[in-house]
Design a protein around this ligand. Structure first.
Ligand SMILES: *Cc1c(COP(=O)(O)O)cnc(C)c1O
Length: 394
């Protein structure tokens, strides 16, 4: 290493991240390189962020061109990339209006604020948002309160008020907990952080019907599932329903930080000064977003995610048949998880890394794969064969 980066991290950085012992300096397509020049097949892609892989010319050129023209202006003025990206998102979804921010948590914060405003206008001041167990909605105070996992909340009690958490895939629980104070339901169609757990199709349909009957907003967190990851541009398309509100981030800028809150006209109740963001809709991030969304929609990337996802899943199923340590495999498109019989996920990630394969553990016994959507058949085959080797060593 050019410097002892781990020591520098220990000295200067808040210790919130458990790092794997590599220093990444470069990437191209589905591969990244460390300081020593060793290459890795990246099945994590910045946690579902680098949807077009690393160094994709569409993203690189858009960022470079925009940087030369205008990196940032405030939202006091019109700027073109922001409006182009808003148009693209609306024309390719059920949404009518967009608000841009800088991350997933911030997009969900915006959704929660929007739901409260909606409750004030349409439901006598209702402000409660119902969320489900095993969900993940971000790390700000409101979004950890929305997240249905105690470990994210415990060090920071008390939580902000206005959230109710109920079991996942249980429509009766939602109905039981809906009161005159409820304004919205916030949910992921396919839970990502907790290990790729898809909602039952009937559950999502029932949720849609319940929200319609009760006048509640159905808000979908598409931060991880959006951008084609599940074999559809947005995951709700797999379920045959449309939400009132959805949030995006992760892959939206092809690696550049950006978030979006999208709402149908009936839910888009923010008016002048209700919400804002200094960096939100920044020209650089939005130019990256335009390039990424256009490339995904115009080059069959969504279909590639579906086809490669099926290939990856069937490869994992054959490993499951062969290696008894594999308990279960799950996936929709290129959002895939593998459960082990024992708590050896971190060990598996470590040995995969030494074989040049980047995986992520989402729990003691669960591995998640969310590779770039441009991944090819030969890359999938390489991932499966390396995984087979490391499974044999466990
Ligand atoms: C990653 C993620 C978030 C949080 O996004 P950040 O950009 O880290 O704030 C929220 N919801 C889901 C479903 C996510 O996967």
């Amino acid at each position: 290493m050019t410097k002892n980066w781990p020591d520098i991290e220990r000295k200067y950085f808040m210790s919130t991240f458990k790092r794997l012992p590599i220093v990444l300096v470069r990437g191209e397509g589905v591969r990244v390189w460390d300081e020593e020049g060793k290459s890795y097949l990246d099945m994590v892609a910045g946690i579902a962020v680098n949807v077009l892989g690393h160094g994709h010319p569409a993203v690189v050129n858009a960022v470079a061109d925009q940087a030369k023209k205008l990196i940032h202006v405030s939202n006091y003025y019109y700027s073109i990339p922001q409006l182009q990206l808003a148009e693209l998102l609306v024309e390719n979804s059920c949404g009518d209006r967009v608000f841009f921010c800088n991350s997933g948590a911030e997009a969900n914060e915006g959704a929660i604020k929007l739901a409260r405003k909606f409750g004030k206008i349409h439901r006598n001041g209702a402000f409660e948002v119902i969320t489900v167990s095993g969900s993940f909605h971000g790390r700000t105070l409101a979004t950890i309160a929305a997240t249905g996992q105690a470990k994210f909340q415990e060090p920071f009690m008390p939580m902000p008020a206005g959230f109710k958490n109920v079991p996942f895939n249980d429509i009766e629980a939602i109905k039981r907990e809906t009161t005159p104070l409820t304004c919205a339901i916030l949910i992921e169609c396919i839970q990502g952080e907790s290990g790729v757990h898809p909602a039952d199709p009937q559950y999502i349909k029932d949720l849609r019907r319940w929200c319609d009957e009760q006048g509640l907003l159905l808000m979908l967190d598409e931060i991880q599932t959006g951008m084609g990851r599940t074999g559809k541009f947005l995951a709700y398309e797999n379920y045959g329903i449309e939400p009132d509100v959805f949030t995006m981030a992760k892959g939206l800028g092809g690696g550049v930080p950006i978030g979006a809150l999208v709402a149908r006209e009936s839910a888009a109740c923010f008016t002048l000064s209700d919400h804002g963001s200094t960096f939100g809709g920044n020209p650089l991030a939005c130019a990256a977003g335009v390039a990424t969304v256009e490339h995904i929609l115009n080059n069959g990337i969504v279909d590639n995610a579906r086809i490669m996802g099926e290939l990856l899943l069937s490869g994992l199923r054959s490993l499951q048949a062969k290696r008894s340590i594999v308990r279960e495999v799950r996936g929709v498109g290129l959002m895939v998880a593998l459960d082990l019989q024992q708590d050896k996920a971190h060990q598996l990630v470590d040995s995969a890394l030494s074989k040049g394969l980047i995986l992520a553990a989402t729990g003691p016994s669960t591995i998640r794969m969310v590779p770039a959507l441009i991944i090819a058949k030969t890359d999938i085959e390489e991932a499966i064969s390396k995984l087979d080797e490391v499974l044999a060593m466990l």
